[in-house]
Ligand binder design. Structure first.
Ligand code: COA
Length: 260
């Protein structure tokens, strides 16, 4: 039976000091540094830098390759980045105010895809956004919850995670499919299936969705949505680590150590 592993790293940016950020900059390619420099706000440059350093560290851990040697290219015109030379591995990246995260899936074969999204759990939203962007069944569910704002963010992060796993981005159309956050929260999140998908959103494979709140950095933490798609019969093992990683050289590769 296939053994699918999803490794998730979440870094609250409050844990990254100035030397840590310089070290992260040193991991980026020239092109990634240029992209970081184009960002006007310091906080946005920092998010981008740490996210792409985390991506390189986690992919180095998964492949055994030197983090500097990894090369990327968009998969297609929708722009999902792929790691060159590793068709059986997929990853997803997200950066938001106060935290960044990366997810890497291995063992699911070339058709498996992963998507991750993060939002500050205390982010102020208006529920009108649900009416504008979500499917009708999702909007009704959100409005029926005891904490509709939290329910909105749970649905939002899952929908973004799904479009990123599918590799289509927001161009997919957010009303073409419906998600329902799995019940319960905590450190051992249970997966939920996609509730509905129509037309263009139809993927040939099952989709599994996870949702939880990652503590650290800001008081309310960050809400995380994670999606896995692919012809996967086995149960997927999800490992979540938080904190800014230290890098230990072992041969050509790198190992991420848990901190904080
Ligand atoms: C992919 C997308 C959903 C990201 O959402 P976001 O909340 O703005 O940003 P996040 O920080 O969560 O994710 C950004 C990362 O997603 C990844 N990404 C980009 N395109 C992607 C795609 N088609 N599928 C999966 N992941 C994608 C990249 O790694 C990107 O990081 P980078 O820009 O630093 O390289 C969104 O930007 C998108 O749909 N882009 C495609 C273009 C598009 O359709 N635009 C319409 C805008 S309404």
């Amino acid at each position: 039976m296939q053994q699918v592993r999803i490794s998730v790293g979440v870094v609250p940016l409050a844990q990254v000091d100035a030397p840590g950020e310089r070290w992260a900059q040193g991991l980026l390619s020239a092109e990634e540094r240029l992209r970081a420099d184009r960002r006007v706000r310091d906080s946005s440059r920092r998010e981008f830098t740490v996210a792409h350093a985390l991506k390189r560290l986690m992919l180095s851990e998964a492949t055994g390759a030197d983090p500097h040697s990894l090369r990327f290219a968009p998969r297609d015109s929708y722009g999902k980045p792929m790691l060159l030379g590793e068709p059986e591995l997929d990853f997803s990246l997200t950066h938001t105010a106060g935290a960044v995260a990366c997810a890497v899936v291995t063992g699911g074969g070339p058709d498996s895809g992963v998507g991750i999204d993060l939002e500050a759990a205390d982010r102020r939203i208006t529920l009108d956004l649900a009416d504008r962007f979500f499917a009708a069944d999702e909007t009704a569910w959100i409005r029926g919850q005891p904490q509709p704002e939290a329910a909105f963010l749970a649905v939002w992060t899952l929908k973004e995670a799904f479009v990123k796993a599918a590799g289509r981005g927001l161009a997919l159309g957010l009303t073409l499919f419906s998600v329902r956050p799995p019940p319960g929260e905590g450190t051992d999140p249970q997966p939920a299936p996609l509730l509905r998908q129509d037309g263009d959103a139809c993927l040939p494979h099952p989709v599994r969705l996870w949702q939880w709140v990652s503590p650290g950095g800001v008081s309310a933490g960050h809400r995380v949505g994670l999606a896995l798609t692919g012809p996967v019969a086995a149960t997927a093992e999800v490992t979540v680590r938080t904190g800014w990683p230290g890098l230990t050289r072992s041969g050509q590769g790198a190992r991420i150590e848990q901190k904080g």
